[in-house]
Design a protein around this ligand. Structure first.
Ligand code: DHB
Ligand code: FE
Length: 284
């Protein structure tokens, strides 16, 4: 056990776990890989790259650096991390452009389905002395005209006080800070957890090398991840952030929206803080 606990979180280990997780996941719809669509998308992507090479007179030395970096991203298993940090936010923007209900944002690489089911008022699985400010996160799930969605499912997962996700960093209990909360007959839920810490994408792998080479920073603001669903309604994948967080204005993954920033107050009759956030789901 001690060995596991002292083992360091590495980009290669979390990248490998994220890659494995992505491969195991089944999306509801599979993409239509129509020849014409592939031709259009890939041709335009390559044309954009050709234009950049011409405009900036990219050298053979630079081309070789790119080639070796791309090879390394694959070897490190960091493609899920790279894509979810630098591309997913635009895919999400397009996917949700006609939605009326609550805002969504990127899923990121660390969702695991089938977390333990919990009742409408529940404490997330956590270690006995889990570090971090206690947080009561509560709210209601309704449709777009305000009708409560009884029994809506509120799946939540987030990093711990050190910025680590269970099942992707070593030494954490399997379902630490992950749960699937079933709302009551009024769509209400009350989730007792701790506030996550800001998250730094792994700096010791190829994404980290890119960040250092470009002089960027590796931070995401602290966030709760959620998937909220109810029969007959569109599932929403989102994240919620905390007002005052240093990185709310410069998220490396560009996933913050003003509607997603929480402003918790002191908890009533308890330690820590509490906040209410209601979810509005569009019809399927
Ligand atoms: C990444 C990690 C996250 O926790 C997240 O929410 C989004 C992206 C990443 O490392 O790619
Ligand atoms: Fe995250």
């Amino acid at each position: 056990m001690t060995d596991i606990i002292t083992e360091q979180a590495t980009a290669a280990a979390s990248g490998a776990a994220a890659t494995e997780q992505f491969r195991a996941k089944q999306r509801a719809e599979t993409a239509d890989v129509d020849t014409k669509r592939v031709d259009t998308l890939v041709s335009e992507l390559l044309t954009a790259a050709h234009d950049i090479i011409r405009r900036h007179k990219v050298t053979y030395a630079e081309y070789d650096v790119l080639k070796s970096w791309l090879i390394q991203v694959g070897e490190d298993g960091e493609w899920p991390l790279f894509l979810d940090v630098w591309l997913e936010h635009v895919v999400e923007e397009v996917a949700s452009e006609n939605r009326e209900g609550s805002k969504g944002t990127i899923e990121g690489p660390y969702y695991i389905s089938d977390a333990p089911q919990l009742p409408a008022e529940a404490k997330l699985p956590m270690r006995e002395n889990e570090e971090g400010t206690p947080l009561l996160f509560r709210g209601q799930v309704t449709n777009v005209v305000g009708t409560p969605l009884a029994g809506a499912l509120v799946e939540i997962w987030h990093a711990d006080n050190d910025g680590y996700y269970s099942q992707f960093a070593p030494g954490l209990p399997e379902w630490n800070l992950r749960g699937a909360v079933v709302a009551d007959d009024q769509g209400n839920f009350r989730i007792h957890t701790i506030e996550p810490a800001p998250y730094q994408i792994p700096t010791d792998g190829s994404c980290g090398r890119l960040i250092a080479a470009a002089g960027w920073h590796a931070w995401r603001p602290a966030h709760l991840h959620l998937k909220v669903s109810a029969p007959g309604h569109q599932l929403i994948t989102t994240q919620l952030y905390f007002k005052g967080d240093e990185h709310v204005g410069d998220d490396i993954a560009s996933a913050v929206k003003p509607e997603l920033i929480l402003d918790p107050g002191p908890a009533v009759n308890a330690d820590g803080r509490e906040v209410t956030y209601d979810f509005v789901l569009d019809k399927a």
